[in-house]
Design a protein around this ligand. Structure first.
Ligand SMILES: Cc1cc2nc3c(=O)[nH]c(=O)nc-3n(C[C@H](O)[C@H](O)[C@H](O)COP(=O)(O)O)c2cc1C
Length: 156
């Protein structure tokens, strides 16, 4: 059985997109089918009928989602897909110096998952820009676990 993972991303300066591209490579190497289009539309996303959704987003302003993810986020809320039980994961990029707004954009994605019934396979990964200069590499163990958990959950 092919497991189809769709990755969506939100970024201001490109770091989250780099992590998403790296995630696409690693998950593909792990034997999953991956679609990552940084500019995917609501209609395209639904048409893909994913088995799993991985969201990779930074946070901007004071705890806001990057502008390039806001339209898709709003549309998923306004026209919710039938995703109850869909498996998912969230990777947040942020900076702990923002205190309680640390990775708030990624937390908004988690709230959306909850609204839609998307089940987080494992705990959110928060990548702190004040701690790391290599978020792609830092995400590798989390991504390896995500791939294994997906296979365990979906391959009979
Ligand atoms: C203007 C500005 C506002 C930011 N606001 C937040 C914030 O509220 N919470 C947070 O965790 N990180 C915040 N950050 C940190 C970024 O999310 C972090 O640097 C991230 O790695 C950027 O990823 P990107 O290149 O994908 O946008 C902010 C950064 C900038 C420049």
């Amino acid at each position: 059985m092919t497991i189809h993972v769709v990755i969506i991303s939100g970024t201001v300066f490109g770091a989250a997109e780099d992590v998403a591209h790296h995630a696409a490579e690693l998950l593909t190497d792990a034997g999953l089918q991956v679609t990552y289009n940084p500019r995917i539309t609501h209609a395209e996303l639904l048409a893909l009928q994913p088995d799993a959704l991985l969201s990779v987003t930074s946070t901007t302003g004071m705890g806001e989602l990057p502008e390039n993810l806001q339209p898709l986020f709003a549309q998923l809320r306004e026209r919710p897909p039938q995703w109850h039980g869909l498996l998912g994961g969230v990777i947040g990029l942020g900076d702990a110096c923002y205190g309680e707004d640390f990775c708030a954009g990624a937390e908004m994605m988690r709230e959306l998952y909850e609204e839609l019934g998307v089940v987080e396979l494992q705990e959110i990964l928060r990548l702190d820009a004040s701690e790391t200069v290599s978020p792609e590499q830092d995400a590798e163990p989390w991504l390896a676990e995500f791939a294994e958990s997906l296979k365990a959950a979906l391959v009979q």
